[in-house]
Write a protein that binds this ligand. Structure first.
Ligand SMILES: Nc1nc2c(ncn2[C@@H]2O[C@H](COP(=O)(O)OP(=O)(O)OP(=O)(O)O)[C@@H](O)[C@H]2O)c(=O)[nH]1
Ligand SMILES: [Mg+2]
Length: 263
């Protein structure tokens, strides 16, 4: 049901991978956006989102927060696929989040994973340079696998709470996103920081590609009405400056890779 603020993790299907279990919990960061149970995965209106990334970077932690599943035995039972609807910009969207990368003894082949997503979330840990390099590799693999498709890719630097053991700076993450033409966000699954923004951003990125220009313009108009005057002025100035120099244009792009509500 929309408006209840309750997520639901649905059961498994042949397509959706290992078993899942129903559970209920509100978004940790608190939001006016509401949540409800998702549809079936054969439904085209359900967006398939794949989590990719090196081992141990926090893919499952992020997926569980999305699914409203607590760590511990419940998480073990919940499996690797989370089906849930969220309200974004006043409209409901159903997401199926797959946390199946390189799991289940190779049942989910990398090629299959790379072919099935409507959006990809490539996760690295900001405390692990190797995982950052792996993220670039995955981006290249994805580009190869989906040459003709314009699928949204969001690069996620997780574990931002581990300040002292950071090995990858925000600037490095952002530069990588600019070079590889994807969006970028840092999260902390441990603190539940930016997790909601990540999945709402995924929905916006999919909509910007799949829905009509009119539908997106209507949503953006709604969002901009709520935007502060200062933000509006900044965006306007940014556009003027970007027009004036290529270097500035690169800078503007590097700023916009943080904005998951624009292409
Ligand atoms: N401090 C901190 N620890 C985290 C964060 N996200 C995940 N972890 C921890 O990192 C470890 C690995 O997290 P997982 O979610 O299992 O990582 P994964 O990417 O699913 O790993 P694989 O399934 O092995 O590929 C666990 O001990 C988590 O508790 C975070 O944001 N901050
Ligand atoms: Mg995992």
């Amino acid at each position: 049901m929309a408006g209840t603020g309750l997520p639901r993790v649905l059961g498994q299907s042949a397509e959706s991978g290992p078993g899942t279990q129903a559970t209920r919990r509100a978004w940790p960061e608190g939001s006016s956006d509401s949540l409800s149970s998702g549809g079936s995965d054969s439904d085209e209106s359900v967006y398939k989102v794949l989590l990719l990334g090196a081992p141990g970077v926090g893919k499952s932690a992020l997926a569980r927060i999305f699914g409203g599943v607590e760590d511990g035995p419940e998480a073990e039972a919940a499996g690797h696929t989370y089906d849930r609807s969220i309200m974004v910009d006043g409209e409901e969207a159903s997401l199926m989040v797959y946390d199946i990368w390189e799991q289940d003894g190779g049942r989910w082949l990398p090629g299959h994973c790379m072919a099935m997503g409507d959006a990809y979330v490539i996760v690295y840990s900001v405390t692990d340079k190797g995982s950052f390099e792996k993220a670039s590799e995955l981006r290249v693999q994805l580009r190869r696998a989906r040459q003709t498709d314009d699928v949204p890719i969001i690069l996620v630097g997780n574990k931002s709470d581990l300040v002292r053991s950071r090995e990858v700076s925000v600037d490095e993450g952002r530069a990588c996103a600019v070079v590889f033409d994807c969006k970028f966000i840092e999260t902390s699954a441990a603190l539940h920081h930016n997790v909601q923004a990540l999945f709402e951003g995924v929905v916006r990125q999919i909509r910007l590609r799949k829905d009509s220009k009119e539908a997106n313009a209507r949503r953006q108009a709604g969002t901009r009405r709520r935007e502060s005057l200062g933000k509006k002025a900044k965006r306007f100035l940014g556009r003027i400056v970007a027009r004036n120099s290529r270097k500035m244009a690169f800078r503007a792009k590097s700023k916009s890779c943080h904005d998951l509500s624009v292409l």
